[in-house]
Design a protein around this ligand. Structure first.
Ligand code: NAP
Length: 508
């Protein structure tokens, strides 16, 4: 990615963008049949930036019908995989050309700092789409070990119409995580973005026309969750849903599936992820940087946020001092100013939820050693990076996903107590571990109940590693890596009987 532009250059882009607002169905932009819209608010200013189509059941029926038609006619599903790859790579090139516009759209729609949008969200989304596009013509089927008298072919086929239900915290990246493998596998894909952050998915749809992705293959239906998301969940002609969001709504999709056509459901859900730091961790300055990044990045609105710091007594005070020192560099402010590392919270409702948790933490008797207040900047909604010390493992701020810039520090005496506290949660998405003892690192990485464990760093792996949750953090599959393609494919056995006996029998 190129060097960051200045705030006034980003402002100029923001004021010149033709904001997308209509749904994208069958290769065309159209308003919802009811004419209803949902205002899209810039959380940094409180201004309505555009009104986005609010799709309802009749729009979803129409969109699913067109997606099914495209799938059945084979415009994409039976296209040679190399041609699918070329179209997707063309889309990536177009996105690259429009990268500043995509970054600014993401920032004004979600409150994310522009530096993250330019340096992380947009390039990682491009890399993800390109990586899966490249896989399109490199995935092989299998032949079963069934002896010389039979040929058992195990082939992968696109599952059909795939609905992707997205959250608001990484709007473009979550779209890419799902779109990449689903499109590369030959499906018709319908994206239902979160209503407050639909703009980058709609821009991506606009670029898909020039990339040559046929009508009906990529659809974007913005709309309210229960209405548009529920209609997709219940639709008898949707074959699979890939959902990223909260555990409570994820459960609904299992119900929708049971009550409709048993469509496949894959859920990527919430987390209350532990960061375990043992007494023997090397270089506390380095550890502190990772602890701050793990909890405050994206204002803590991150499913893999390490919102619980589980630290051994001997180094706790030194580490916390360093985390506070590192956090002093994290300037919060207007998202289009590239020197700000933290932006606005996504919505007023979410801001209130996080502030309420800060009050709960105070009432539960934990002590605030950093932050704890909202920040008054214009009409925006900002919260200080906040650290609670003296958190008990049964407090609500230790057990519930806050999804904001709030760290709960839990002191432990031993590595075994650290594991016991870390695993004492209904979630199991991600965990980080810091220790200089290699054997201990390996053993504890196995003991931590999480889909991803990072050792001596915070992270989520990369596009080549599967991402998803144990326990109530996930269900039915994984995003990223080649495993992600499995979510969007059926497995078919094609069996040939090659035995002489059978041929004789057929001739007689
Ligand atoms: P959410 O409230 O569960 O919403 C997710 C999506 O579901 C939105 O598009 C939402 O639309 C829709 N929805 C809501 N109610 C629905 C219903 N009754 N039927 C059908 N669809 C419905 O989650 P969120 O607040 O957007 O996102 C935050 C959550 O996502 C956190 O828990 C976070 O941990 C999780 N997350 C997980 C991952 C991962 O990879 N595991 C990644 C990112 C985020 P509306 O907005 O209109 O309600």
């Amino acid at each position: 990615m190129s060097a960051l532009l200045t705030e006034s250059e980003f402002e100029a882009i923001a004021s010149s963008i033709d904001l997308p607002s209509n749904a994208f169905i069958n290769g065309k932009f159209m308003s919802a049949k009811s004419g209803k819209t949902i205002p899209s608010v810039n959380p940094a200013t409180g201004d309505v930036i555009t009104d986005v189509a609010a799709c309802q059941v009749e729009d979803i029926d129409f969109a699913v019908g067109k997606a099914r038609e495209a799938f059945d006619r084979g415009y994409w599903s039976r296209l040679h995989p190399t041609e699918r790859k070329h179209a997707m790579i063309k889309l990536v090139k177009l996105m690259k050309r429009h990268r500043h516009e995509l970054a600014v759209l993401e920032s004004i729609d979600s409150g994310k700092p522009i530096s993250d949008c330019v340096e992380i969200d947009v390039p990682e989304s491009l890399h993800c789409l390109e990586w899966h596009a490249e896989a399109a013509d490199k995935l092989y089927g299998k032949i079963s070990p069934s002896g010389d008298d039979a040929l058992g072919m195990i082939v992968r086929e696109p599952i059909g119409v795939v609905a992707c239900i997205l959250p608001w915290n990484f709007p473009l990246m979550m779209a890419a995580w799902k779109l990449g493998p689903a499109l590369a596998s030959g499906n018709s894909v319908i994206i239902k973005p979160a209503p407050q952050t639909s703009l980058t998915a709609l821009k991506l749809a606009e670029l898909s026309i020039e990339a040559g992705i046929p009508p009906g293959v990529l659809t974007v239906v913005p709309g309210d969750g229960p209405e548009a998301g529920g209609a997709l969940g219940m639709h008898p002609d949707v074959n699979a849903v890939s959902f990223t969001g909260s555990t409570v709504i994820g459960r609904r999709f299992l119900e929708y599936s049971a009550r409709s056509n048993l469509k496949r459901i894959v859920l990527e859900l919430g987390g209350k992820n532990p960061c375990v730091v043992l007494d023997d961790a090397d270089n506390l300055d380095y550890v502190a940087e990772h602890v701050a990044q793990a909890v405050f990045w994206n204002m803590g609105q991150n499913c893999s946020s390490n919102s619980r710091l589980i630290v051994q007594k001997g180094i706790k005070n030194d580490l916390l001092e360093k985390v506070i020192e590192k956090t002093s560099d994290w300037r919060t402010g207007y998202p289009l100013d590239p020197s700000n590392k933290l932006g606005a919270m996504n919505t007023r409702e979410h801001f209130n939820k996080v502030m309420n948790y800060i009050n709960i933490g105070k009432e539960e008797g934990a002590s605030i050693i950093l932050g704890g207040e909202s920040i008054d900047i214009g009409n925006g909604i900002y919260i200080e990076p906040t650290i609670f010390d003296g958190v008990g493992r049964d407090m609500r701020i230790s057990r519930e996903e806050i999804f904001g810039p709030v760290l709960s520090v839990i002191e432990v005496d031993s590595p075994s107590e650290a594991i016991s506290v870390a695993n004492d949660t209904e979630y199991g998405l991600q965990a980080s571990l810091f220790t200089s003892n290699v054997k201990q690192a390996h053993r504890m990485a196995r003991d931590l109940q999480a889909g991803t464990v990072t050792v001596n760093c915070f992270g989520e792996g990369d596009i080549s590693t599967p991402f998803g949750g144990y326990k109530q953090s996930g269900f039915g599959g994984r995003d990223n890596s080649l495993l992600a393609h499995d979510q969007y494919c059926e497995t078919k056995t094609i069996w040939y009987d090659l035995s002489d006996n059978d041929q004789d029998a057929d001739l007689s």
